[in-house]
Design a protein around this ligand. Sequence first.
Ligand SMILES: *Cc1c(COP(=O)(O)O)cnc(C)c1O
Length: 344
Amino acid sequence: MSIIDLRSDTVTRPSKEMLKFMTEANVGDDVYGEDPTVSKLEAQIAELCAKEAAVFTPSGTQSNLIGIMAHCQRGDEYIVGQTAHTYMWEGGGAAVLGSIQPQPLDFEPDGTLDLSKVNFVIKPIDDHHARTKLVCLENTTSGKVLPLAYLKQFSKFCKEKKLNTHLDGARVFNAVVKLGIDADEISKHFDSVSICLSKGLGAPVGSVLCGTKELIREARHWRKMLGGGMRQAGFLAAAGIYALQNNIDRLVEDHIHAKHLATELATIDEIDVDMSSLQTNMFFITVKNGYDELRNHLFNNDIVLPKCPNKKGQIRLVTHLDITSTDVKKVVQKFKQFYTQQKF
Ligand SMILES: *Cc1c(COP(=O)(O)O)cnc(C)c1O
């Protein structure tokens, strides 16, 4: 019996076909720049995003960090969402390892940064201040897709202010599929984009940063320093190539599954579904009473939910490659079973 893990789309395991494709990869020493499969993956992502160059990294955290470090010098500043991965969830790496000061701002409810608020925190050029250099966005952010019209305003604004732009596009293909556009319609609004291969795309490891040749050359230097220079990494890059070929278009299934699950859970009195959060492959619910009992009941039926609610008291549910429509039906049934058996 397989486990239905709704905690994250990072839990996917490589399929047999992906594993076979990986074992057949042609590899070399990538620190010498001699791994043809890594180079091929980098070229493919660069082309998809219409950027000059790309670099393969072990994780999205490292890809974001080397991106920020390539944009900013010691004593520079980046403007970032208060709850953004690049501020909140990466160990403070930009500050700790890059000596780059974050300037966090609250995200608006739709996941954008209000440009008048961004404008307000840009520091004047003065010996007193850090030098504001970069603005980071996230797309999707908590499953929400940033509106294209906003991205256009955002990039125009940042050009006027002479600020560089970085997109944490860990799940950018969820946005691409949702909008029915090409990835470069999003990436063209940013100087650099980081993409995770190990989330909905189903690769076991790996992210890619893309941008100009010059920026990526700089990022490669930081990657090596941070211990991210990998040798016969083509076996891993092959998983990424397989993922780009096979697992982008199917993300739409994850969106359908999330919608189905959210709609069904919304019929349960004891659960509030935050429908505004439901755009792609994740959404948030509030369980009014007895979350631990519910979680245990589901766990005993091979369904895994997060250990505890987030600070807003919400539980995040995520659909992905390893969750089928039959799985979704089972999850709905087990939730409903719990609430017909229990009295709260
Ligand atoms: C997962 C994620 C990352 C990168 O995470 P890694 O686990 O380091 O690969 C970056 N940004 C966002 C928004 C993410 O969800």
